[in-house]
Design a protein around this ligand. Structure first.
Ligand code: URA
Length: 210
């Protein structure tokens, strides 16, 4: 991917996102919508995966048909909200290896604190797609990418549902080599670091916590 920021403005994505933003949307529907949107986002973030060809027999003839070139792929969920995007991604790429990075945001400093990290091996040989629905301040996203790079990853993409301009700028400054794919770029962050208009706390909306 060459663009630093890709906004997936497909009508289906935008429609489902509107339903997710609505505060009346119940938890189970929110989760289902996130799964559906993640299929559509997965399509975009994997658009230029390399393909090769192999000979197959159709019922009519033989043909040289395209297949993924078998490059190793890793999906890394930034806990806990990342798991909502991860599930949908795995529907489409079931053989991907999966990693988890646990970071919580200190509500006073808004800085990320790491509490968990479990990553697949050979990260340097994989395309690594980090997933987190909300790119807000960008602090935890940038820290997660720091961690991936420290573990050898060199080819990283960042997939989110909503991004704030502040988060995009932070990621561009910290990791200009990491393309960001999102369904929408919102207006701003509020004083608590929430994306506005946003959809609230993605983890709470997804899991029914508060
Ligand atoms: N995390 C969320 O879940 N929501 C926001 O608006 C910002 C960060």
């Amino acid at each position: 991917m060459t663009e630093h920021l890709t906004i997936v403005d497909h009508p289906l994505v935008q429609h489902k996102l509107t339903l997710m933003r609505d505060k009346e949307t119940p938890t189970a529907v929110f989760r289902q919508l996130l799964r559906e949107i993640s299929h559509l986002l997965a399509y975009e973030v994997t658009r230029n995966l390399a393909v090769t060809t192999k000979w197959i027999d159709t019922p009519l003839t033989e043909m040289k048909a395209p297949v993924l070139d078998g490059r190793k792929l890793a999906l890394v969920s930034i806990l806990r909200a990342g798991n909502g995007l991860l599930d949908g991604m795995l529907d489409l790429i079931p053989s991907a290896r999966v990693g988890f990075v646990g970071l919580y945001r200190d509500e006073e400093t808004l800085k990320p604190v790491q509490y968990y990290c479990k990553l697949p091996g050979e990260l340097g040989e994989r395309l690594v797609i980090a997933v987190d629905p909300m790119l807000a301040t960008g602090n935890s996203s940038a820290a997660a990418v720091d961690l991936l790079k420290a573990n050898g990853a060199t080819d990283i993409r960042f997939l989110c549902l909503l991004a704030a301009p502040e988060g995009v700028a932070r990621m561009k400054e910290a990791h200009p080599d990491v393309p960001v794919v999102t369904a929408a770029l919102d207006e701003r962050l509020n004083e608590k670091g929430y994306i506005v208009p946003g959809l609230g706390d993605a983890g709470d909306r997804m899991f029914g916590t508060k």
